[in-house]
Design a protein around this ligand. Sequence first.
Ligand code: AMP
Length: 150
Amino acid sequence: MPATKSLFIVIVGCGRLGSYLANRLSRQGHHVVVVDAHPEAFDTLSPDYSGFRVEGDASEFAVLSQANIDQADMVIVATNNENINVMVGQVARKLLNVPRVVVRIEEPDRRATYEQLGLDTVCPASLVGDEILQGMVQYTLTTMERAPER
Ligand code: AMP
């Protein structure tokens, strides 16, 4: 469904997570720029992706500048390197005053520390864990209650 207001969103890291988000957000009508160190990562973008691609290492400020990160309404930092993600997230949030910055993290225990730095965090392992607990374990309990005794 097209968005009522379109945002300028920079996605750093165009692997499995970044490209999924880029394809969905582009389809919703947002202006998207993806950044990745490896050009083959852009192969995962769908044919109808209408945004831009910037090739380069996100730890280099020139690469972030090329993506116009300072103009972004939102930055999603989704590489597979938590240290890079937090560093880029801090540059976007603190140095460039990007209003909303979401950072992919691997280690849920560090979430509170990062949030004190003004970064929203998403931990894929926790999300998957929550989904299994809330959805699937609950569903199994419900269906077992209905099923006859084994
Ligand atoms: P995935 O784990 O499949 O979501 O992929 C992570 C993506 O992050 C890969 O496409 C990597 O090339 C990309 N990546 C990792 N480090 C950097 C970096 N320093 N700058 C830009 N992209 C990166």
